[in-house]
Ligand binder design. Structure first.
Ligand SMILES: NC(=O)c1ccc[n+]([C@@H]2O[C@H](COP(=O)([O-])OP(=O)(O)OC[C@H]3O[C@@H](n4cnc5c(N)ncnc54)[C@H](OP(=O)(O)O)[C@@H]3O)[C@@H](O)[C@H]2O)c1
Length: 230
C-alpha cells in the first residue's frame, strides 16, 4: 500500500471530525489553489478571494476545485466565510487583512511568510515581529492560527513527495481554533504539531528564509522540515 494511502487512512481514523464550513481562500496562486482544493476535498465550500475574481486564473482555480467553488473579491469572500485562509505574498499581508473588513469571530489561517527578495538573488526576513503577530494585530477580534507556511505547496497536495511523515507546526492563541486546524492538517495526510502561542510565529516563518536561500544558492536543495523525535 502506498505511503500516502497509509497516511490518509491513519489521518481519517484520528482526524478531529469537522463540520462543513465555508472557507474564504485569499489568493489564487500556488498555496491558495493547493489549500483550496484540499479543503474542498474534505467537504468544505471554498470561495476564492481574488483581486481579479472574474479573471481566467481565478475562474480556472475555482473550476478545478470540488464542490462548486466560487470566486469573489477578497472582502466579499471573507464576509461570507467563517474561516479565512491567507495565501498572499507575505509582505502585503497586513494591507490585505485590513482590506478584508471586520474579521471578528472568524478563524484566520495564515500560511504566509514575510520574505523580501533581494538582488543578487537572496531572501531576507522582512518584518520585525512575524506575520502571525501582524495579522493578529490587524484583526484583533479574529482567532489567528499560523499553519502550512513551512511546507511546499506541492507537499500540501501530495505529502508523499516529502519521503517521510510531514509535520505542520501550528502556532496560535486559541486552543479550539488550533484543534480545528489540526483536523484539516490530519485529513490532508499531514501531522500537526503544536508549537505555542502566536508570539513564536517567527520560529516557523524564518524556516522559509533558510530553505529558499539554500535552494537558490547552488548547493544541494534541502527541505527544512519539522520531525518528531522518539
Ligand atoms: N510556494 C510555496 O510552496 C509556499 C509554501 C508555504 C507558504 N508559502 C507562502 O504562502 C504565500 C503565498 O505563496 P504562493 O507561492 O502561493 O504565491 P503566489 O503563487 O505568488 O500567489 C500569491 C497570490 O496572492 C494574491 N495576491 C494578493 N495581493 C497580491 C499582491 N499585492 N501581489 C501579488 N499577489 C497578490 C494573488 O492572487 P490574485 O491574483 O487572485 O489576487 C496571487 O496569486 C506567501 O506568503 C508564501 O511565502 C508559500
Amino acid at each position: 500500500m502506498a505511503i500516502r494511502t497509509v497516511y490518509l487512512l491513519v489521518a481519517l481514523v484520528f482526524a478531529t471530525p469537522v463540520f462543513a464550513e465555508t472557507i474564504a481562500v485569499i489568493g489564487t496562486g500556488n498555496v491558495g489553489s493547493a489549500l483550496g482544493t484540499e479543503l474542498a476535498s474534505q467537504g468544505h465550500t471554498i470561495i476564492y478571494g481574488s483581486r481579479s475574481p472574474l479573471g481566467l486564473k481565478a475562474l480556472d482555480v475555482a473550476k478545478k476545485t470540488q464542490g462548486n467553488a466560487t470566486t469573489s473579491t477578497p472582502r466579499e469572500a471573507a464576509a461570507d466565510a467563517a474561516i479565512v485562509v491567507l495565501a498572499v505574498p507575505g509582505m502585503v499581508v497586513e494591507d490585505v487583512v485590513r482590506g478584508l473588513g471586520d474579521l471578528s469571530g472568524k478563524l484566520i489561517i495564515d500560511a504566509t511568510n514575510p520574505l523580501i527578495v533581494e538582488e543578487p538573488l537572496a531572501f531576507t526576513f522582512g518584518v520585525e515581529t512575524s506575520n502571525g503577530e501582524i495579522v493578529q494585530a490587524a484583526a484583533p477580534g479574529a482567532r489567528v492560527v499560523k499553519a502550512f507556511n513551512t511546507i511546499t505547496w506541492q507537499s500540501m497536495i501530495d505529502p508523499e513527495i516529502a519521503n517521510g511523515p510531514l509535520y505542520v507546526p501550528i502556532v496560535r492563541n486559541d486552543p479550539q481554533a488550533k484543534e480545528l486546524v489540526a483536523g484539516f492538517v490530519k485529513a490532508m495526510g499531514l501531522i500537526p504539531i503544536n508549537l505555542g502561542p502566536i508570539e513564536v510565529a517567527h520560529w516557523t516563518e524564518y524556516a522559509a528564509v533558510v530553505q529558499l536561500n539554500n535552494q537558490f544558492s547552488g548547493r544541494v536543495n534541502y527541505d527544512l522540515v519539522f520531525r518528531a523525535r522518539d
